[in-house]
Design a protein around this ligand. Sequence first.
Ligand code: ZN
Length: 439
Amino acid sequence: MTTEKFDKIDMLPLNDIKKLQFQLLKKQLDYVWKKSRFYRKKFSDAGITPDDIKTLKDIRKLPFTTKEELRLQNEDFVCISNRKTIDIGTTTGTTGSPILLPVSKKDWDGFVRIVKRGFSMIGITPDDVVQLTLAFDQLFSVSMPSDYALKEIGATVARMGPGNNKKQIELMIKIKSTIIHASPDYMFSLAETAREMGYDPQKDFFLKKGIFLGQPLFDRNDRPTTVKKKIEEIWGIECFSDYGSMEMLAGLFECKMHNGHHSYADWLYLEVINPETGEVLGDDQEGELVATTLMLEAIPVIRYRQGDITRLQNNRCTCGRTSPRIMSIVGRANHLLKIKGTSIYPQQIEELLMQEPGIKNYTIEAFKDANGCDAVKIMAGLQEKNDKVVESVKMHLKTKIRITPEIEVLSPQEIYAIWFRHGDRKPQKFFDLRPESLA
Ligand SMILES: [Zn+2]
């Protein structure tokens, strides 16, 4: 039995965190002012220099950075030469030209260091055998540092990558994997294959924990989502959420208290803002996450609008750590749907669809109806056409979130093909066909 290791930076008194973050912020700002053509111009245009930032709160004087700016002026953001670049990543789920994110040796090492801290929070030890099922290719710069971090902890790593369900399952049993890093959807697909092979996901495996990326495990009221409940029920394992982004060059994890994703106070400065007005919100208020990197060398971002809707907690977690926490991600700011006076995110629709036993999979489309109002169409993957299932979904959507979408029934295979029709590395379940999002 190993006792839990706490990194001292994650345990700093709250005031010391602020001091540390201010020092690092000043350094990062001086650095981008000197090295980034983009920030030099952006700050100059705003009539501001790093010298005007005299307290941590003064960060609010700085303008926000958008993904669109990063896309259109990608090269102007880069602060290092090709000679110092050791890896190139890209952002996930983007349309249009990809955003390239170079990584320096210093950034890479820093990333490994923080992810190692994150994995320790989950309680990964040298006794663990960790099966990694996320992509290692397609410029996804997250899996490799995770691999390095786990090796530094001393855990055994099985670098499988995605797909190959049968091999994945055979290996999982053979090497007695105790932890899996995966997308929630992949866990459902693995369970299906395991059963086909005659295995019981509850009894025939050695898995104790799963780390899941891409779908929230808690809703906006901190209640477990259906995804979490289903995985726990099928596999009998403890679920840990993973939130990260390539722009932050970070993966943030839940600790054993499952009380939000612990950030790294020396790596990121986080804010939550009202997405419409830009006003900075207080702890526990829902809004858009804004991240400032504090130590990046290749492509630092300052007040970068992550586009994810969540809440922040800056108080001490019940685990004892003081690092700021990002609570559950409830949706994407630009996916907000305003339907007959109700504001909802597609995730809330997904949550209800997940609860419908007859539905295997689904996609959600947002569009403008004849009156120019937001409307939703659901394509539900059913093994066979079943009016009862469709009626039940309609009733739940109407009574629980007050929407009455059009529902088209397809086969699960057809839905699956739609998920991956753009060749994405993760399934695309939401399609925004509203003119403003296509512009
Ligand atoms: Zn904690």
